[in-house]
Design a protein around this ligand. Structure first.
Ligand SMILES: Nc1nc2c(ncn2[C@@H]2O[C@H](COP(=O)(O)OP(=O)(O)OP(=O)(O)O)[C@@H](O)[C@H]2O)c(=O)[nH]1
Ligand SMILES: [Mg+2]
Length: 237
């Protein structure tokens, strides 16, 4: 979901991104850390009756699980507002993923390196839908700090998919991770647009008259907002 900017009123561009991944990898924690509004959380207590389904061996302090979604909002700068949606982690809530992710520009897939297999469903989901994503290695206490190349190989990820280290509890790290997701979305969409133009420049120009031409998914305003946020994050003036 992205809406164009009206230059006369200079309303910010809004965009939707998704925080996804397997059970208990820190999605709700991430959305809560990064949101500037009180995040919407839909959590239910985990009971012993569900212990066969909810394997909380690695997250023993965990007492609740997301049963619908997380929602937060971040003003990246005056030109860009991000709406952040977190998916539920348990397989039995998978039927909600299509609705929660509809219209998203991209996704962050959080990974607990002790349970790499937890993220396969999410990777398949976004790959199949052509939604750009990055991998965020959420550093749990005592988790092995595998080499990024080993993780890329284990997850069978293309070299174009960024893998970043993050801490879902830390607002600064979470924001930096989101900025890296934005940067990847922009790179991916620009490459796609260039490919499409190269493939059929004439046909595209004729088929889409000025009125029918779809609004750009990523506007220049959004690009510059993300880039200036990226520069600020990295201390470049
Ligand atoms: N040490 C450590 N603990 C974390 C980190 N991120 C989350 N946790 C803890 O891990 C547990 C699970 O976090 P959640 O945010 O509920 O995970 P989730 O992915 O939303 O879980 P589901 O919605 O049930 O799939 C919580 O007890 C968090 O406090 C982290 O980066 N480091
Ligand atoms: Mg959750």
């Amino acid at each position: 979901m992205a809406s164009g900017t009206d230059n006369s009123t200079a309303r910010p561009v809004s965009a939707k991104v998704v925080i996804s991944g397997g059970f208990g990898v820190g999605k709700t924690t991430f959305v809560s850390a990064v949101s500037e509004i009180a995040p919407l959380r839909t959590e239910a207590k985990m009971t012993s009756a569900a212990s066969g389904v909810d394997d909380a061996t690695f997250v023993q302090q965990k007492t609740s699980t997301t049963v619908a979604m997380d929602f937060g909002k971040i003003t990246v700068d005056q030109g860009l507002v991000l709406y952040v949606f977190g998916t539920p982690g348990q397989d039995r809530f998978g039927f909600m993923w299509n609705d929660i992710t509809a219209g998203a520009l991209g996704a962050l897939i959080l990974v607990d390196t002790r349970r790499l297999d937890e993220c396969f469903n999410a990777i398949d989901f976004f790959e199949q839908r052509g939604v750009p994503f990055i991998i965020g290695l959420n550093q749990f206490d005592g988790a092995p700090a595998h080499d990024v190349n080993d993780i890329r190989e284990a997850l069978d990820l293309a070299s174009s998919v960024p893998i970043v280290r993050t801490d879902a509890r830390n607002a600064d790290e979470a924001l930096d991770t989101l900025v890296q997701l934005l940067s990847h979305i922009l790179t991916t969409l620009s490459a796609k647009a260039a490919e499409e133009m190269a493939a059929a420049p004439q046909a595209a120009a004729v088929a889409a008259g000025p009125e029918q031409r779809p609004a750009p998914v990523v506007t220049n305003d959004m690009r510059s907002a993300a880039m200036s946020a990226l520069a600020a994050e990295r201390g470049v003036s």
